[in-house]
Design a protein around this ligand. Sequence first.
Ligand code: NAD
Length: 476
Amino acid sequence: MGNTSSKEPGFRESVNLMFDRAVRHMNLSEGLVEKIKVANSTYTVRFGVKLRGDIRTFTGYRSVHSEHSEPVKGGIRYALSVNQNEVEALAALMTYKCALVEVPFGGSKGGLCIDPREWDQDELERITRRFAFELIKRDLINPSQNVPAPDMGTGEQEMAWIADQYHRMNTTDIDARACVTGKPLNAGGIRGRVEATGRGVQYAIRDFFRHPDDLEVAGLSKGMAGKRVIVQGLGNVGYHAAKFMQEEDECLITAVIERDGAIINEKGLDVETLFAHIKEHGGVAKYPHGKYEKDGSKVLEMECDILIPAALESVINLENADRIKTKLICEAANGPITAGGNEILRDKGVVIIPDMFANAGGVTVSYFEWVKNLSHIRFGRMQRRQEEARQEMVIEALEKMTGKSFPNELRGAFVSGADELTLVRSGLDDTMRGAYADMRQLWLDKRKDDKEMDLRTAAFMISIQRVADSYRALGL
Ligand code: NAD
């Protein structure tokens, strides 16, 4: 957690304050507002696992924020800082995120108080299976009710154990694999899921750069090439976002902040070799192609064009928001800016692409994985070769009609039918563009009369309205 001041409300209160800010612009009954805002339930479990010759007790949570649409969806986090407030705040954000990007899920989140680096693979497997057992027997993991995914400290391996545990406890459930997403391919995963959240962050920033009006508000010039980017947290989300933006958009990654400090290079860091260095040495220190700074929080305040916090919540807050020197912040992490920090930044003219949109790539591709698991067939399997045969026919017809041959350099791309990865990327891109269009339209419309309107408030307004509409349709 960031160095928040004692005046600062906690993470859950911060999310609620942002929610309240949006609701003030809407016309909803007090009762309905309260219903949408509160977490429906939070389950706390304490379980023991025999490890290293003794019984160790672990505490875990699964919070369900809103069941207006089921199953509910949200990752499972492994970190020592996990607590009920955090899990509830994250579950609420999942509700709004799913509504914003129109994936048909309610919001949920889980967490286990554990530092995964303290345990070896076998131990982690036993702990994960035991935690999963506790959640499965209460339907808090279930293909039609509650579907977890990876989050901080968890990844494909934990999801594979969870899926297998569910299967062992529900041997006749033909849809067992849909009980969790973010699985490895050979356990029912989907191509493009591991990179999905980082890819979504890239698409979110690309969307922003597609609109000159939006760039003008932030005071940024056109084009992502050459823009200086600082990333906090080179984990799953931060690594993929930084890698794609460097390789495909020609951004300069001028600093990366990790647990043990930061590494700076104004000419641009090579994300791939830095990532390999972190994997090998456990941190950024001693990376040879940049200047090391032990105090990572200082680097968060360095000048850049785009700042991407991709690690923890509340890292930009009342204490340091005034010193942040960027034009655009893309919230890859959940809740990296507190409600108070948000106000200071907005008044300074910094534009914030809010978490509920910026990191929605993960849940979007999780949705595709869930659909794949329920349909029991890989996307593209039926139509790919048929599409290719049609394209070959088009080429043949064009050549016959014109007497000229089709350009060889275009042939491959023109003919090739869409495989699963292509379809996943297309679906993700479409989802991000659609949500951004909705959000920016409301933002720019409302900004004409209200300079305090920001993208986050617009995003909250859209989501809350959608959840309210579905509660109304249910007769609540
Ligand atoms: P991760 O565990 O893969 O990576 C987190 C990274 O942050 C690690 O490299 C870690 O060393 C670094 N870190 C930890 N403490 C730090 C500190 N104090 N300063 C700087 N760096 C620090 O986690 P992730 O899956 O990439 O998740 C990161 C954020 O993105 C979380 O807020 C998570 O909720 C959010 N998110 C993740 C997904 C997903 O699909 N994984 C989806 C949506 C949102």
